[in-house]
Ligand binder design. Structure first.
Ligand SMILES: Cc1ncc(COP(=O)(O)O)c(C=O)c1O
Length: 475
């Protein structure tokens, strides 16, 4: 096969032989061919065969926090390549895994307002897997097997939230709730108890941005619903899983640190493990190392992936406590945690992960997040924008900016505004992939001031253009 092909040939081969994720291929345009990526930029060949530089406004599905191809991470992977690649992780261990876990032990949430100082909850045991979905599956299986090993066979239900998204494997689809993505598999998913999150109680809000009072009221309603669900099935719940502070794929919905703290308290009260799925929120995205850090809580399990390796290598990690681990530590081999993936503890992924965390110190990454946050607030939380009739809400947290538009579409994720957003921004050399009517901007933390201002300006322009076209249509 000749790899010196023309763009046209690559495009045809791709269309004929490669099936892309989350894409209705029948009406999708040809995929852009990536030639190079660096800093916040991706260089592509566009549909006309022209080379073009675009800004990655979603950190390539939320992974490239230090921009593309950061030289420090590149260097560390190269160093590790000279030592070894994948080596079986059962019966063997290696320095990159040990160094990464050691680094993470200090990086993880440590302060827990809700565990006694005499017996603090400490995330101290790491289990490696391959991606976000597997990091979550591992946590669910650990929680269920903990109670099984203890002989408490009733505790096997999981609590989750409406519009949660935890991945695409069968287990994570079960605890997820994105009907649009998973409706074809409903009959094979295991039953869970699903609680309405705060946004469900905010549907008819009239203020923009939504007022604090309304949000507090909505969160209280959601917590009441949670307690009432738990009380319906006393001692049956093994774990509650939550995307702390931000429900990401479900529409970039935020809740407060107070809400998260109350959930920690409720889980403590009813002896339910709290699983924090920080696959999206982890590694600075919400302004602190982790969302749980911001709320001063420590979950019983935390799931990590995505930005874990700075966007270089796939890897999942699930951390838990010694208490949970102790239920598996036994003379009986039947109490073993029978879970593992071929690429567990991949040394190149570990080297990338370690380098990525080192960059938080070396380059003061959280300061970058603070700067982005300030700029986002400055440009988007302006009265003129909030007052546009097509805007339902504007919200900003850490390095996440969300503009939610009104839509009449029944499936918000399939809203016709979505493709319109994507097309508009691509024309303006910015990659955005909205969640239906929800436009979100999630740049690498290293984005230059110039690119940042350009993207924020284009978001404002898009909202104005949309408003104008809707008003014209109504006339
Ligand atoms: C909160 C959360 N959990 C889990 C996942 C699944 O991660 P992956 O796509 O790596 O399987 C995602 C992916 O978007 C996510 O946002």
């Amino acid at each position: 096969m000749n790899y010196e092909r023309s763009y046209q040939e690559y495009r045809d081969f791709d269309r004929d032989h490669i099936w892309h994720p989350y894409t209705q291929e029948k009406n999708a345009k040809a995929n852009f061919l990536v030639k190079k990526a660096y800093e916040e930029f991706i260089e592509i060949i566009d549909e006309n065969g022209d080379r073009k530089k675009i800004i990655d406004g979603i950190s390539s599905w939320w992974v490239n926090i230090h921009g593309h191809c950061h030289p420090y991470i590149q260097e560390k992977i190269k160093e590790q390549l000279g030592q070894h690649e994948q080596v079986i992780f059962a019966g063997f261990t290696h320095e990159p895994a040990i160094k990464l876990v050691d680094k993470l032990l200090n990086f993880l949430p440590k302060t827990d307002l809700f565990s006694p100082s005499s017996n603090p909850r400490i995330l101290s045991k790491a289990f490696f897997s391959d991606n976000g979905s597997t990091a979550v599956e591992v946590a669910i299986k650990m929680a269920l097997q903990f109670f099984y090993n203890k002989g408490w066979h009733n505790k096997k239900r999981i609590i989750t939230f409406t519009d949660a998204y935890h991945g695409d494997t069968v287990g994570t689809m079960s605890v997820g709730a994105t009907d649009t993505f998973h409706h074809a598999f409903k009959s094979i998913l295991f039953p869970v108890d699903r609680i309405d999150g705060p946004d469900k109680f905010l549907k008819n809000s009239k203020t923009k941005p939504i007022s604090c009072e309304e949000k507090i009221f909505a969160e209280e309603q959601s917590l009441k619903a949670l307690i009432s669900e738990i009380e319906k099935r006393p001692n049956e719940h093994a774990a509650l899983i939550i995307e702390p502070l931000v429900q990401a794929a479900g529409g970039m919905k935020f809740h407060s640190t107070t809400y998260l703290q109350k959930i920690r308290e409720i889980c403590n009260h009813f002896d339910i493990f709290l699983i924090a799925d920080e696959v999206f929120t982890g590694f600075g995205r919400t302004g602190t190392n982790f969302a749980c850090t911001q709320a001063s809580i420590v979950p019983d399990m935390i799931c990590l992936s995505k930005a874990l390796t700075g966007g270089f290598m796939p890897m999942g990690l699930t951390f838990t406590t010694k208490e949970i681990y102790s239920a598996f530590y036994d003379d009986s081999r039947l109490k073993t945690f029978f879970h593992g993936h071929s690429y567990t503890g991949n040394s190149l992924s570990c080297a990338a992960g370690l380098a990525s965390i080192e960059l938080f110190e070396k380059e003061k990454r959280l300061e970058d997040v603070k700067f982005i946050n300030m700029k986002m607030q400055d440009q988007l939380l302006k009265k003129d924008l909030c007052d546009l009739s097509i805007i339902r809400d504007i919200r900003i947290l850490g390095a996440i900016a969300v503009v939610e538009f009104h839509t009449n579409d029944q499936h918000e994720y399939l809203s016709s505004i979505g493709p319109r957003i994507q097309e508009y921004f691509m024309k303006n050399n910015i990659l955005l992939r909205p969640l239906g009517n929800v436009l979100y901007f999630l740049p690498p933390y290293t984005i230059s001031n110039e690119s940042l201002e350009y993207c924020l300006d284009k978001i404002r322009c898009f909202a104005y253009d949309l408003e104008k076209s809707v008003i014209t249509l109504q006339r």
